[in-house]
Design a protein around this ligand. Structure first.
Ligand SMILES: C[S@@+](CC[C@H](N)C(=O)[O-])C[C@H]1O[C@@H](n2cnc3c(N)ncnc32)[C@H](O)[C@@H]1O
Length: 227
């Protein structure tokens, strides 16, 4: 057992609100999920995709717009997404099918046990967390995806030189993530001044980013590199 086990098991970073599922999303989950899902057990990326390529994990991909767009732009790379919100998973599956994207696999489950139990250390090139649930109330801060123990887990799974990328439109969360990642041995801030980085031009705009911008929120980008 590792130190991160109790927190990861007990406190969830999400609440399962299934929301309304369209007919298309339902069909996608039934018919397409088996095609894009990942077999149980340890994840061997080379075996999963049938090639050795750069691989990226996105945690909480929402409706999957970002993941599908990255997969379209980078057919030479492979992508794995974890999301618990099933309508969002269905939405992504429809895009994967319509755009014939063969370089994405999907896990409709909590990313933390997947990372801890099924993904080898030093095996991920990029880990993306875009607009994580902000949990703004102080008593809910413990539910935030970014915590000292999860940051250590993210760092452990990245290969040396791999990147941890986070964006949020909640300033308080941005400050929190900065502090937590700064305090994580093995992670180094890519921003020269130790703060936020300019918006990476290659980062597609996400649904929650658009929502935040409409509300007049500022967006904060963080990029940390595994030493
Ligand atoms: C605010 S939404 C952002 C979605 C998307 N990244 C975007 O920017 O539009 C956060 C998402 O993270 C998902 N999530 C939170 N904790 C998660 C976890 N431990 N594993 C997988 N998904 C998670 C939620 O279900 C939700 O869809």
């Amino acid at each position: 057992m590792t130190d991160d086990v109790p927190t990861l098991r007990r406190i969830r970073s999400f609440v399962l609100r299934q929301g309304r599922m369209t007919h298309g999303q339902n069909r996608a989950l039934e018919e397409l999920l088996p095609r894009y899902a990942v077999p149980e057990g340890p994840i061997d990326f080379a075996e999963l995709f049938g090639r050795d390529a750069r691989h990226t994990l996105e945690i909480g991909f929402g409706d999957g717009h970002n993941l599908a767009e990255l997969a379209r732009r980078h057919p030479d790379q492979d992508f794995l997404g974890c999301e618990v919100h099933r309508p969002g998973v269905g939405r992504l599956l429809l895009d994967l099918e319509s755009d014939h994207l063969g370089n994405v696999r999907v896990i409709a489950d909590d990313a933390l046990p997947v990372l801890r139990e099924r993904i080898a250390d030093c095996s991920i090139d990029a880990l993306l967390i875009y607009f994580p649930d902000p949990w703004p109330k102080k008593r809910h801060h413990k539910r935030r995806l970014v915590q000292p123990d999860t940051a250590a887990l993210f760092a452990r799974k990245l290969r040396p030189g791999g990147t941890l990328q986070l964006a949020t439109d909640w300033e308080d969360y941005a400050r929190h993530a900065l502090e937590v990642f700064d305090g994580c041995p093995g992670l180094r801030n890519r921003a020269a001044d130790g703060g936020y980085v300019p918006r990476p031009p290659e980062r597609p705009e996400t649904k929650f980013e658009r929502r935040g911008l409409k509300l007049g929120h500022q967006v904060f980008d963080l990029v940390f590199v595994k030493a």
